[in-house]
Design a protein around this ligand. Structure first.
Ligand code: C2E
Ligand code: MG
Ligand code: MG
Ligand code: MG
Length: 287
């Protein structure tokens, strides 16, 4: 059975915490090579306004197809990259590829479009990314106002003072900043008032519970209220159905990302479906 075989092979490459360090080392070596070869690529997941379903941006999501054609999910290799220090190179690689794409799209985008790129705790908390983020943005002649950097709540909390300073400097250069996976990172609400972020992304765990009783609705309502009172824009993640979308809108969320609206897709599909009528010209640039 092909599916089982595939799954089995994927499992071999994904040692859990107890697995021997040899398997882990080989995955690390493979990831190291993957960053320099053609095995990593970018997917894009569109983001919309909830009220009128207008495209307002896309999140860049990295994908890894290894030399045997197995897809390895970022949920598996990002944590490994974080433990081994490869994450700094990965973040840099993803950011440059994303900016390169954006440079080609720039003149075809709605004015309020944002391309969101994920940044790991390491890149943000050591204050290292600021230099190369600005360098690459200048190199590719992209207006920072088209770029949103996503930082998870938990990575902010791993080094709050450093993160705050990084966020301030990035903001002053014109980048938008989103707190990703909000509600799962144990930050105190008091912290929010010090962080000059522009967007809050409500974690999909709350979305999943929206239709199962009042508790998650109340949490979402509370996040929306406090976020908006600080002037942040609120996006809800992981919306998979019309019922969730309706509730999210009623609870005051402004933006949405989720399978119900669009799944992550390759660059050519994104251009084809969302950046028409410029699609032909852009696909030509991609080739
Ligand atoms: P995230 O940044 O919170 O990204 C959202 C994840 O939810 C993505 O999974 C996306 O495919 C998935 N998703 C979107 N809509 C739905 C939905 O309606 N239902 C469900 N069940 N899932 C949905 P993905 O691509 O597997 O990424 C997982 C995580 O890996 C990301 O979470 C992010 O933390 C990390 N990641 C992905 N790409 C990068 C990257 O380039 N750099 C860094 N540092 N981290 C990345
Ligand atoms: Mg994200
Ligand atoms: Mg998220
Ligand atoms: Mg996440």
């Amino acid at each position: 059975n092909h599916a089982i075989d595939k799954q089995h092979r994927v499992c071999q490459y994904l040692p859990n915490q107890q697995a021997d360090s040899k398997a882990r080392l080989s995955l690390e070596a493979r990831l190291r090579r993957a960053i320099d070869s053609e095995q990593l690529f970018l997917y894009f997941q569109p983001q919309f306004t909830l009220a009128d379903r207008r495209l307002v941006g896309a999140e860049v999501l990295v994908r890894w197809r290894d030399q045997d054609g197995n897809m390895i999910s970022p949920g598996e290799f990002i944590p490994l990259a974080e433990q081994t220090g490869l994450i700094a190179r990965l973040d840099h690689w993803v950011f440059e590829r994303a900016i390169e794409m954006l440079a080609g799209w720039q003149s075809h985008l709605p004015k309020d479009f944002r391309l969101s790129v994920n940044f790991s705790a390491v890149s943000v908390s050591r204050g290292l990314c600021e230099l190369w983020v600005m360098e690459l943005t200048e190199k590719w002649k992209v207006d920072p106002h088209y770029i949103c950097l996503e930082i998870t709540e938990s990575s902010i909390m791993s080094s709050p003072e450093q993160a705050k300073q990084s966020i301030e400097r990035l903001r002053s250069c014109g980048f938008d900043i989103a707190i990703d996976d909000f509600g799962t990172g144990y930050s105190s609400m008091a912290y929010l008032k010090h962080l000059p972020v522009t967007h809050i992304k409500i974690d999909q765990a709350f979305t999943a519970g929206l239709e199962h009783g009042k508790a998650d609705q109340q949490i979402v309502r509370a996040i929306v209220t406090i976020g908006k009172s600080f002037g942040h824009r609120i996006l809800i993640e992981g919306v998979e159905g019309a019922g969730q979308a309706k509730l999210a809108e009623e609870l005051g969320c402004q933006y949405v990302q989720g399978y119900h609206f669009a799944k992550p897709m390759g660059g050519a599909d994104f251009i084809e479906q969302y950046l028409k009528p410029a699609a032909n010209e852009l696909i030509y640039q991609l080739a």
